[in-house]
Ligand binder design. Structure first.
Ligand SMILES: Cc1cc2nc3c(=O)[nH]c(=O)nc-3n(C[C@H](O)[C@H](O)[C@H](O)COP(=O)(O)OP(=O)(O)OC[C@H]3O[C@@H](n4cnc5c(N)ncnc54)[C@H](O)[C@@H]3O)c2cc1C
Length: 356
């Protein structure tokens, strides 16, 4: 039996005392970078592990489903969220030789900047990725030839249904391309991430844009110059979500088997594809661009004219407009290339199916 709800709060009129500041019926429009309007049935922000434990205990006592929230840069809010949304604001960074331990609520880009300024390398290719450190392992963030799993040592996470707080090694996280155990389950809130860096890193400069930026600016290949190159390239290519609402790549790059890749390449010789263990990974941006969909829009939502993989909200876009745009892209890609695109951000509420 759920516990009875406590008395009304005088400050927010919720039915829960405000010591923990758990509020009812809170708008999430300014808490997701696509700026979709949706409301959380219950909402709170936590700045320490103790506060997180209290909030999770509240959810348990009242049989509320919990959704962990960082900076909302990889979620699509399709509708109002039942249950309790807990925003992780737990701060703290400590260095131990070449290992950095970081609390889940820290900003990822600030962490990368601080490691590079401290002379520790390994994260420079992941500069300017929005979001929190706690969310970074969830989809195994990656860019410019590096994924967080390449630098990963361990993390600590709270099991929301039992309040067990435990460590995970790399293997247990089951990292894959834009995926991990934590993307498949909402039961864990990541509270701390430990990464192994290096003072003498082997830099990853496989992307030609990084090399040409370094050459053009007369820089040597260092962690600082890669950080600068990546930050510059990303700022040119991707719309800043603080100015133009978006969630970065809206679709994953599809992986197809060798036969399918060959038949696409026969018909479209310019197709951008890379070898992966399961076959070939195709550039979803290339597929969408090829269909002339850059800048194509439905209502307030449109494919960015800067990057075909990014969907932007030009104003007060509504969910239905977004779904219709996604449907058009999906149908055209399927009809032309025979490929089903999969969306990269997490769709909420859980179990929601987009339909037009
Ligand atoms: C302009 C732009 C560029 C981007 N570029 C890249 C890129 O190059 N590579 C890349 O991989 N991603 C990229 N992204 C996606 C996004 O930045 C990352 O996925 C980021 O890690 C999301 O962090 P967040 O704090 O905003 O997470 P949120 O959007 O708040 O949450 C995302 C998911 O993680 C869960 N979550 C959040 N915090 C925790 C936690 N502490 N514990 C457990 N689960 C949690 C949420 O429940 C949700 O399922 C980009 C996004 C934008 C807007």
């Amino acid at each position: 039996m759920p516990l009875p709800l406590p008395d009304f709060c005088s400050q927010c009129e919720s039915t829960w005392a405000c010591r923990l500041k758990i509020h009812q019926n809170v708008s999430l429009a300014d808490k997701n970078t696509l700026r979709l309007e949706a409301r959380a049935e219950w909402y709170c922000e936590v700045s320490s592990l103790d506060e997180l434990l209290e909030a999770a205990a509240f959810a348990l006592a009242h049989k509320l489903n919990v959704i962990s929230l960082g900076e909302g840069s990889n979620i699509v809010l399709a509708d109002n969220l039942p249950g309790l949304v807990i925003k992780n604001r737990i701060q703290g960074v400590t260095y131990n030789a070449e290992v950095v331990h970081t609390a889940g609520g820290e900003n990822w880009h600030q962490l990368v900047r601080s490691t590079v300024s401290s002379g520790l390398f390994g994260l420079e290719n992941l500069a300017l990725i929005p979001g929190t450190v706690g969310a970074a392992p969830v989809q195994n963030i990656g860019a410019y030839g590096v994924e967080i799993c390449d630098r990963f040592l361990s993390l600590r996470a709270l099991h929301l249904p039992t309040l067990e707080h435990r460590s995970f090694g790399k293997k247990e996280c089951d990292f894959a391309y834009r995926d991990s155990l934590f993307k498949r389950s909402d039961e864990w809130m990541i509270t701390e991430v430990s990464l192994a860096l290096s003072k003498t890193s082997e830099y990853v400069t496989t992307y030609p844009g990084i090399v040409s930026y370094i050459e053009e600016h007369g820089l040597g290949t260092t962690g600082e110059s890669i950080f600068e190159a990546v930050s510059h390239i990303r700022a040119q290519k991707l719309p800043n979500p603080l100015v133009i609402p978006n969630v970065g790549s809206f679709f994953k790059n599809p992986v197809v088997n060798a036969d399918q890749a060959e038949s696409i390449a026969t018909e479209f010789p310019d197709v951008v594809q890379y070898d992966v263990i399961a076959g070939k990974k195709l550039s979803a941006a290339w597929l969408i661009d090829q269909l002339g969909l850059k800048d194509y829009g439905v209502g307030q939502f449109a494919v960015s004219d800067k990057h075909a993989l990014v969907i932007i909200n030009k104003g007060n876009g509504k969910q239905q407009e977004l779904f219709e745009l996604v449907d058009v892209i999906n149908r055209k890609v399927k009809d032309t290339f025979g490929i089903e695109l999969e969306i990269e951000p997490r769709l909420y509420p859980k179990g929601f199916v987009m339909s037009c």
